[in-house]
Write a protein that binds this ligand. Structure first.
Ligand SMILES: [Zn+2]
Length: 498
């Protein structure tokens, strides 16, 4: 007999310190059979569909909503998801619902709900047909995970890598846990631990400590204890202001609960003891510039200047002008940056390539940045901004599949700096972004990148040097500059711990 599984997703990494709300219209919403269009596109949804096909589930596709990281979500987005989910349960209950699979982030906050995932799970459990139905799902490594979240599910797998090159695989692993539960009737127990720590996104790359060791410890636990079905290490997302912000650990076990709890406590204790390792505070552009000049002199290019304060993957507007200003001030040559500014693109679209235009660009997305820049530029080209990922396993595929739409784009040049202007902010996680616009990344001397960690898979193979720098902006690494209100206290690095 084929198992009937409800499939749904709601996915948003919420930056509570950005101004305004993320409206419903910013979510890409697919309903019913539209979810099947994700088949084979490298996304988590594609991963669960693959297992569903192999295992012969009858998938009941409900709704999938996703938006790129941005300000606090409107409650409407939660209610649209919930209305669709509840209607599906009411419609399908008579025929039987054997399981639920959810594609979630873990750091979604709406105006009224600081733990959207926990709220959704709580509501699902209140529907009479759903009291005992197993719920499994996949989460982003940057989730701020509540105990409610963990205990409401019977299996969950978080991405193991940051950059998130394994989002589809994590979804597959979680789907296999659900398939095991459906076939065996087991009821795994979810356990949760959290230390009083939070780290900026720059501290959560899995190639470096603390995350590298924590991930290795978690995989060891899975190998040594086959009855622990998954051990998840969450790095947390420090720009969400919630009670449970920060690293957390969870496990699902069909064996001895005390053993699994002890293992999680070991992870949590290691995290606390090594908390400083994740607390990156970056040097300024002035601090690193002598090294950049030395690289240029030795022909060690491209040099990548990474700007976490305008990290698009973390919700920043992607229109900060600090690096652009600096490169111009220093007379940099053969440099490139990307600035999201649809208004500037609209102005430029009235001109022909080769024309010189005075245009104001960037700096409008956040009060924390340095503001717009006005420049005389030469228009190089315009395009519709669509491209396909060169790397189908890139971090970007975990968020939106392989077909990327930057909206109308313009490439302009001011002295030695080439600027790609986009209409939809697009995280710099794939070299196709530049190459599709005629900018060859390997040939550049300096590239400004608005990211924290997730750009590395794309840029590390071509860069000869990389500097992560501190500039003013809403995703700055120093947590102490943000007005936290809801996070549990005391917490490192806001408070001195005993
Ligand atoms: Zn993430």
């Amino acid at each position: 007999m084929s198992h009937r599984v409800l499939l749904a997703g709601i996915f948003h990494e919420t930056h509570n310190f950005l101004e305004g709300l993320t409206p419903l219209g910013d979510f890409t919403t697919r309903r019913g059979d539209e979810l099947f269009t994700a088949r084979g596109d490298g996304s988590p949804l594609a991963g669960v569909l693959q297992v569903a096909d192999e295992a012969g589930w009858t998938v009941i596709p409900v709704i999938d909503m996703r938006a790129t990281p941005s300000a606090t979500a409107s409650d409407e987005s939660v209610e649209v998801f919930w209305t669709a989910f509840r209607a599906a349960v009411e419609r399908e209950a008579a025929a039987g619902i054997d399981g639920v699979y959810l594609v979630l982030h873990g750091a979604m906050v709406s105006k009224s709900f600081e733990d959207v995932e926990g709220e959704v799970l709580k509501r699902i459990r209140t529907l009479p047909p759903m009291v005992n139905v197993p719920i499994c799902g996949v989460m982003d490594l940057h989730g701020n995970i509540s105990p409610q979240n963990v205990e409401s599910m019977q299996g969950m797998v978080a991405y193991r890598h940051n950059p998130h090159t394994d989002a589809c695989q994590a979804a597959i692993d979680a789907a296999r846990i659900l398939d095991r539960i459906l076939k065996s009737g087991e009821r795994p127990v979810g356990l949760w631990e959290q230390p009083p720590v939070m780290w900026p996104p720059t501290g959560t790359g899995t190639a470096d400590d603390p995350m590298r060791t924590l991930e290795a410890m978690a995989r060891d636990i899975e190998r040594q204890h086959p009855d622990i079905l998954a051990v998840n290490v969450f790095g947390g997302f420090s720009f969400s202001d919630t009670k449970f912000t920060g690293p957390s650990f969870c496990a699902y076990t069909v064996g001895d609960v005390a053993v699994a709890r002890k293992k999680l406590q070991e992870l949590s204790a290691w995290c606390l003891a090594h908390k400083e390792l994740g607390n990156r505070v970056d040097p300024s552009l002035d601090d690193v510039w002598p090294q950049v000049e030395a690289n240029l002199k030795r022909g060690e290019t491209p040099v990548v200047l990474v700007e976490p304060s305008d990290n698009i993957g973390g919700g920043a507007p992607g229109d900060g002008t600090s690096i652009l200003r600096y490169l111009i001030r220093k007379g940099a040559t053969n440099a490139a940056v990307v600035i999201d500014d649809g208004a500037a693109v609209a102005t430029l679209s009235k001109h022909k390539p080769g024309e010189r235009v005075r245009v104001t660009m960037g700096g409008r997305g956040s009060r924390m940045g340095e503001g717009p820049v006005e420049l005389d530029v030469e228009l190089v080209s315009t395009s519709n901004g669509r491209f396909q990922l060169e790397d189908r396993n890139s971090h970007l595929a975990s968020m939106c599949g392989v077909n990327i739409d930057m909206g109308p784009c313009a490439v302009v040049r001011h002295e030695g700096v080439t600027i790609l202007l986009t209409t939809r902010k697009t995280p710099p996680f794939d070299l196709g972004q530049l190459r599709s616009q005629g900018i060859i990344p390997e040939k550049l001397a300096i590239i400004g990148v608005k990211a924290a960690v997730a750009h590395r898979r794309a840029y590390e193979p071509i860069q000869k040097a990389s500097y992560t720098v501190s500039t003013p902006g809403p995703c700055a690494s120093d947590a102490r500059i943000f007005p936290f209100q809801k996070v549990r206290r005391p917490i490192f690095p806001l408070d001195a711990l005993q």
